[in-house]
Design a protein around this ligand. Structure first.
Ligand code: HSE
Length: 300
């Protein structure tokens, strides 16, 4: 009675789609192992790879807290569960670290109990996990971590998730510069009112991006991935942001922007080779500036 689950890192927002678009990487991600035991209750018996940064208390850690609310929902609070979380991706990176852990835990408990809920039905529990982790229950990391590929959160009330097609050649280049940008802070600094002119630009871009995904139109995807609402504010927190963008675009990337709330950045490319090249160009530049980083290349 043991289940072992991996859930992937995700890139939220996809530049123009703040809180509504996101996609899953193949790698990195987190692993959760859960075991059915005699003694009733949920326990976090082992956490590795977090340098002691995550809460150990069951009600404070998103992995265990979301499993507890899942068990309450299905009326199985009397069973005994031991959980292990193995972080295999950086925390506070803007790559959906809390979402990967939460989704792995929920998928594991659901599987252990014979899948009483569908993947989509797990979503509200995963969103509660995001609320606990960063003060806001956005779904643009948990939905792609749960469903894979590219997802659109068409609406939040009630939550309405649409899986979008992935053009076959699309690859992502992702770089996590080693600087601290907590999601909580990166959300608080955003303006909550927008000008109509900017809103028009933004929804034109979101529609263009979605149209490009449906028609494999890489040029349309590239020119639609621009953000006039959030990026100008958040880019201030990311050292070398505009220079990284210049280098990525010069290296042939389709687009470049912030992953989630940062500090990670990502670019879309038209092949694995091109994405690999873009990742190395950005990392080399950061190294020259004395900034360490992790680099990834992934299909979608
Ligand atoms: N949409 C969220 C934000 C994602 O931008 O704050 C956080 O990873």
């Amino acid at each position: 009675d043991t289940v072992h689950v991996f859930a992937p890192a995700t890139v939220a927002n996809m530049v123009c789609g703040f809180d509504v678009l996101g996609f899953a990487l193949y790698d990195p991600g987190d692993e959760v192992i859960i075991r059915r035991v005699e003694e009733p209750g949920v326990r976090l018996v082992n956490i590795t790879g977090d340098d002691g940064r995550l809460p150990r208390q069951v009600s404070k850690n998103t992995v265990s807290a979301s499993v507890v609310s899942f068990l309450q929902h299905i009326g199985r609070t009397n069973i005994g569960i031991d959980m292990e979380l193995h972080k295999r991706m950086p925390i506070g990176s803007g790559l959906g670290s809390s979402a990967a852990s939460t989704v792995a835990g929920l998928y594991a408990i659901n599987t252990l109990l014979g899948s009483p809920l569908s993947r989509r039905e797990l979503l509200p529990f995963a969103m509660q996990g995001e609320e606990l982790a960063c003060g806001h229950g956005h779904a643009d990391n948990v939905a792609p971590a749960l469903l894979g590929g590219i997802t659109l959160i068409r609406g939040y009330d009630p939550v309405d998730v649409v899986a979008l097609p992935v053009p076959p050649a699309l690859h992502a280049s992702v770089v996590f510069p080693h600087v601290d940008v907590p999601t909580r802070d990166a959300r608080q600094m955003i303006r909550t009112k927008v000008a109509l002119k900017d809103a028009v630009t933004q929804w034109g871009n979101i529609a263009g991006l979605v149209a490009g995904l449906f028609t494999d139109d890489y040029a349309l995807i590239g020119r639609s991935m621009q953000d006039v609402l959030i990026e100008p504010t958040r880019a201030i927190l990311i050292p070398e942001f505009y220079e990284m963008r210049r280098l990525a675009m010069e290296a042939g990337a389709l687009s470049f922007g912030i992953s989630g709330s940062g500090p990670s950045v990502f670019a879309f490319a038209r092949s694995a080779e091109q994405a690999t090249y873009v990742t190395s160009i950005i990392q080399t530049h950061l190294t020259e500036q004395g900034i360490g980083s992790n680099g990834y290349v992934s299909g979608i």
